[in-house]
Design a protein around this ligand. Structure first.
Ligand code: RVP
Length: 500
């Protein structure tokens, strides 16, 4: 038995002390770009992202829609592996197929649906139009469009059919899948369209181009794209079916893989990493984890991991610490692993990036993680709250929430992430199934997060993540000091509303 001297600390337990802010520290000068994969010290990483945020390998978080939105903003998603190989590969392929500016139609309806059902759909999705397809799916036969301008609840019965008010395909401007984005935008402006459906030769809906995205597209200068200008996307893999799953994901075009396990310090991860290196050399990039100390980092780095993910038990939906008594405060884990990453780089000349995963509940937690040395972060709860996440939007007591569940919950039953020996079933839960407050669009929220991260770095006198880590001055906070920071305590002293 060995007891570590340091107590286990969370990200909450640190604050940053400002450094001198010089005139060159402006938001425009701050570079948040980060390496994602192993590289020789001094050489660039083969995969870098402009915004160091990745979305968690979870069914409630990383869908093709979210992956595209996040890649547009400069980050990267990992499509979850708790699904059959074919459907995961199809999700990866969908992201790679998607051309910038072309989006999946996410608000679709059948012609036989009622206007009442349509209104419910539009309200929940906060959209003002729906695409009509024969089966109400995103890739059904395109039959027409219907918007809130085509009907009015007082003029048309809620029981009337969508078909009775829709604008039919025959009278609409559409484009073939070969259309380029600039041609699509010309059609939009020439015909004063809000939406241009892209329809394949057999009549099936492929995607849509929105006038509003034209402006949006102009906002993005940092898109995560590959050499062929396709969006980048990652995918989770496991140590059970890797010899079938990995080839399928590579074939589908995945840019980066990541072993998805709650405890990555295992011989199974070693064997899977060796398989990738022996089969593909450096052509396929794969991260490993999760770990909470330097020993485990070294083990996985030696086995060939392209990056190592840190965090056990800190996830917002995670009960691993309660169930198994394993884990470590995220700050302590990060400090230990980052020290080993830097020592490893000095010793071997190889820099293996570190990802901080789980328990990043507010934007300032991300800043603390970067100051402690994380190269990039992985977020579940953060992204689950947005329109683009795949989980249902629900109204509870007048407030909107998105459903969010852990991969170790009964709902997900992700056996390969929570394997315990050779068991093929989830014997006990390590995650919960709950709700997170709905927070709107990913684009707006990521922009705010980036602005806050830049503001923190400016206060700390740094314009790049590595310099931020090197120069950051952090202070552990006492329990009293932490309490004083929480909004709850500050609000308690506020005068009550005059009307109450
Ligand atoms: P959070 O961002 O705090 O919601 O945490 C997300 C992370 O939690 C994931 O990236 C994963 O490492 C971990 N996770 C996912 N499911 C579970 C669970 O069921 N215990 N934990």
């Amino acid at each position: 038995m060995r007891i570590l001297e340091e107590v286990s600390r969370t990200l909450n337990e640190y604050l940053l002390v400002p450094n001198l802010t010089t005139a060159d520290c402006t938001p425009a000068a701050v570079d948040l770009s980060a390496p994602l994969v192993r590289h020789r010290v001094g050489d660039p990483s083969a995969i870098r992202i402009a915004v160091p945020l990745t979305s968690a390998i979870m069914g409630a978080v990383s869908s093709p829609r979210l992956a595209i939105a996040l890649a547009q903003c400069g980050g990267l998603s990992f499509i979850h592996q708790n699904q059959p190989i074919e459907s995961q590969a199809a999700m990866v392929a969908a992201v790679k197929r998607h051309k910038a500016g072309f989006r999946f139609s996410d608000t679709n309806i059948k012609p036989s649906a009622t206007l009442g059902e349509l209104t419910t759909l539009l309200d929940a999705a906060e959209r003002d139009f729906a695409v009509v397809t024969d089966d109400g799916s995103a890739h059904g036969t395109f039959l027409g469009l219907i918007s809130t301008r085509d009907f009015h609840p007082q003029r048309h019965g809620t029981g009337d059919s969508v078909e009775s008010r829709m604008r039919r395909a025959a009278g609409l401007v559409t484009a073939p899948p070969t259309v380029s984005l600039s041609e699509a935008n010309t059609l939009i402006w020439d015909h004063r369209l809000d939406v241009l459906p892209v329809v394949a030769g057999d009549g099936r809906l492929e995607s849509i181009v929105l006038r509003r995205d034209y402006e949006l597209h102009k906002r993005f200068h940092n898109e995560s794209i590959d050499a062929e200008k396709r969006f980048r996307v990652g995918a989770g893999v496991n140590t059970r079916d890797y010899s079938q799953r990995i080839p399928a994901l590579v074939e589908a075009g995945a840019d980066l893989l990541c072993l998805d396990s709650s405890d990555g310090y295992s011989v199974w991860q070693h064997d899977t990493l060796r398989y990738v290196r022996e089969t593909y050399g450096d052509r396929v990039r794969v991260g490993a984890g999760n770990v909470v100390d330097g020993r485990a980092f070294r083990y996985l780095a030696d086995a060939g991991a392209d990056f190592v993910k840190v965090g056990i038990g800190g996830g917002s939906i995670c009960i691993t610490r309660d169930q198994k008594g394993i884990g470590r405060g995220q700050a302590s884990a990060l400090i230990d692993v980052v020290a080993e990453r830097d020592a490893y780089a000095q010793r071997t000349g190889e820099y293996v990036p570190v990802c901080c995963d789980g328990g990043l509940l507010s934007d300032y937690h991300m800043a603390i993680a970067f100051a402690l040395g994380a190269d990039f972060v992985m977020l579940g709860r953060y992204f689950a709250r947005f329109d683009e996440s795949p989980s249902p939007l629900v109204r509870v007591g007048g407030q909107l929430f998105k459903e969010y569940w852990g991969e170790g919950s009964n709902r997900a039953r992700n056996v390969s992430r929570y394997e315990h020996g050779d068991s093929q079933q989830l014997v006990f839960e390590e995650g919960v199934d709950g709700y997170v407050p709905y927070a709107g669009s990913l684009y707006d929220n990521v922009a705010t997060t980036i602005a806050k991260l830049k503001a923190t770095m400016i206060s700390c006198g740094s314009t790049a993540l590595r310099a931020f880590h090197d120069n950051a001055v952090l202070v552990p906070v006492s329990h009293q000091s932490y309490l004083q920071n929480t909004a709850e305590v500050r609000l308690r002293d506020r005068p009550s509303d005059p009307g109450q």
